[in-house]
Design a protein around this ligand. Structure first.
Ligand code: FAD
Ligand code: DHB
Length: 393
């Protein structure tokens, strides 16, 4: 049997970042992960960081490469039926976003953890949480056929939407809010210099398309697709032809047919579980909530949860009075949920405005009038910009 202060389940960005912040505060952690380190490091996902996220990564001491290689964007473009409108993020809010891939954030965090010599166990099986309601929870897992047991003060459930942590809480203790969308996103990564300087979110008759990037030599692009589609059905040529059609104007025309180096489909979902704590188990990141990717909020929310959890745990360990120490933990879930619901609202709104939904002609006219209003009203643009750059932590 091993003892540590905090067992972190899941080595995605949430788990790795929490480990880093806690370690810097002198709090011991053990990080356990179901997949291999190589698998975790190569998962292609989010790409846009809010300024608040960058600040937390700075606090954790993992922002050096981000500061030199991250691409600072002062605006985004919204396209609608061939017309494009720039939302001047910097001018409207004083803030910019940074384009820096989740793969890079993960790599920086993995390197920092290895440098600290903090323990991470990859490729674990049968992770089980025990006694989470009481003051001495335990975690068991199997590694190479041998069962290990860890006793701790707290468990951080950072194991994503399909993880074991949320499922370890009795159903009766949780409220679930969920919306499933009738389409997915097909994403392609290609080594070609982006012919656009800022991200373009385009609504078209054929559905949504997003032009993004990862670096001055690599593009990341998405198309709204059917939930029945498979990546193999989308040859590179078919993808780029459809992408050009949806982008419409010069951006589409300038897009080269580049061979993809990754192609995958993700379904879209909004999901929140409340509260994010049960006894000594705390949920953070995708383990507690999912947003559709249209607002670029998933990774940013994982980071803000982790920041609040770090503050709660640090407050607990610094406080010698037992009641006050417990009180430091109580604020965690309400503090996170306030921010999460705002990001849920924004992500739902962006998804609603920019995708093609089956059916309802009334809704489709409302969508059109809302985008026209957005293009004409500085106040509406300021609302979008304020949410896109992220609300203060
Ligand atoms: P995760 O990154 O999911 O990490 C959880 C970790 O826990 C994983 O490494 C997993 O292997 C591990 N784990 C799971 N179960 C167990 C277990 N039982 N025991 C131990 N370990 C376990 N966001 C955007 O903003 N833009 C995007 O374009 C975008 N695209 C996405 C595409 C996909 C396919 C997915 C799934 C998500 C996407 N997201 C996107 C969301 C964003 O990537 C997530 O919000 C972010 O990864 C959340 O980080 P996390 O650490 O909470 O969860
Ligand atoms: C990316 C993904 C998003 O969901 C988004 O809104 C913007 C950019 C990306 O992967 O680059």
């Amino acid at each position: 049997m091993v003892r540590t202060q905090v067992v972190i389940v899941g080595a995605g960005p949430a788990g790795l970042l929490l480990g880093q912040l806690l370690h810097k505060a002198g709090i011991d952690t053990l990080l356990i992960e179901r997949r291999s380190a190589e698998y975790v490091a190569s998962r292609i996902r989010a790409g846009v960081l809010e300024p608040g996220t960058v600040e937390v990564l700075e606090l954790a001491g993992v922002a050096n490469r981000l500061q030199t290689e991250g691409l600072v964007h002062e605006g985004v473009e919204i396209g609608f039926r061939g017309h494009r409108h720039r939302i001047a993020l910097k001018e409207l809010t004083g803030k910019s976003v940074t384009v820096y891939g989740q793969t890079e954030v993960t790599r920086d965090l993995m390197d920092a953890r290895a440098e600290l010599g903090a323990p991470t166990v990859y490729e674990v099986d049968d992770v089980t949480l025990h006694d989470i309601a009481g003051p001495a929870p335990r975690v068991t897992y199997r590694l190479g056929g041998v069962t290990h047991e860890v006793v701790c003060d707290f468990i951080a459930g950072c194991d994503g939407f399909h993880g074991v942590s949320r499922r370890s809480i009795p159903d009766s203790a949780l409220s679930v809010y969920e919306k499933v969308y009738p389409f997915g996103w097909l994403g392609v990564l290609a080594d070609v210099p982006p012919p656009w300087t800022e991200l373009i979110y385009a609504a078209s008759e054929q559905g949504f398309a997003l032009a993004s990037m990862r670096s001055p030599t690599r593009v990341r692009c998405y198309l709204q697709c059917s939930l029945d589609d498979r990546p193999e059905q989308w040859s590179d040529e078919r993808f780029w032809t459809e992408f050009r059609r949806r982008m419409g104007d010069d951006a589409g025309a300038r897009t080269p047919v580049a061979p993809s180096i990754e192609k995958s489909i993700a379904p879209l979902r909004s999901y929140v579980v409340e509260p994010m704590r049960f006894g000594r188990l705390f949920l953070a990141g995708d383990a507690a909530h999912i947003v559709p990717p249209t607002g670029a909020k998933g990774l940013n929310l994982a980071v803000s949860d982790v920041f609040y959890l770090y503050e709660a745990l640090r407050g607990f360990y610094r406080e010698s009075d037992g009641d006050l120490a417990e009180r430091a933990l109580d604020g965690y879930s309400p503090r996170c949920l306030r921010r999460i619901w705002r990001a849920e609202r924004f992500s739902w709104w962006m998804t609603r405005q920019l995708h093609r939904f089956p059916g309802d002609a009334f809704d489709s006219r409302l969508q059109q009038t809302e985008l026209e209003y957005l293009f004409e009203s500085r106040a509406a643009q300021a609302g979008l910009a304020e949410n896109y750059v992220g609300l203060p932590l």
